[in-house]
Design a protein around this ligand. Structure first.
Ligand SMILES: [Zn+2]
Ligand SMILES: [Zn+2]
Length: 137
């Protein structure tokens, strides 16, 4: 089950929808290829052909921008391609193009207080509100 949240700022009109989690429809390799970044699909497909059991995990994960500090839910996957190498996606911020870093799994907007320490990327004040907007499968 996946979750959709809307982050909002108490001080300005900043709003950011984020999508996290794993949907039921994610059981197939085709879904992984659909959701992987277009530029990465060929290498993911090659790795999965060579290692059909190589897909270790995939879900919408929480990322933080190293530039403007905004948060976003992006599709994360980890595919084992043998020899200790794994494929993972790299993402860049939609707003400032800086690299996005994946947050640890312990950072979950569903846990009360988590977003209280997040700075607003728009006005810089600390403390965002996270409202659950939908559950999807
Ligand atoms: Zn950014
Ligand atoms: Zn703000």
């Amino acid at each position: 089950m996946g979750s959709g949240y809307e982050l909002s700022c108490r001080y300005c009109d900043y709003r950011q929808p984020i999508t996290l989690g794993v949907g039921m429809a994610y059981g197939s390799i085709e879904t992984l290829l659909d959701l992987a970044p277009r530029s990465r699909r060929a290498e993911v497909q090659q790795a999965l052909v060579a290692h059909p059991d190589g897909c270790a995990e995939f879900r919408h994960a929480l990322y933080r921008c190293t530039g403007c500090n905004c948060r976003d839910g992006r599709f994360y996957y980890k595919v084992d391609c043998g020899g200790g190498r794994t494929l993972e996606p790299d993402y860049h911020c939609r707003h400032c193009q800086a690299p996005l870093l994946r947050e640890p799994d312990t950072v979950d907007p569903n846990i009360p207080g988590t977003t209280d320490t997040w700075p607003c990327p728009s006005c810089g004040n600390t403390g965002l509100h996270a409202g659950l907007t939908l559950l999807w499968d």
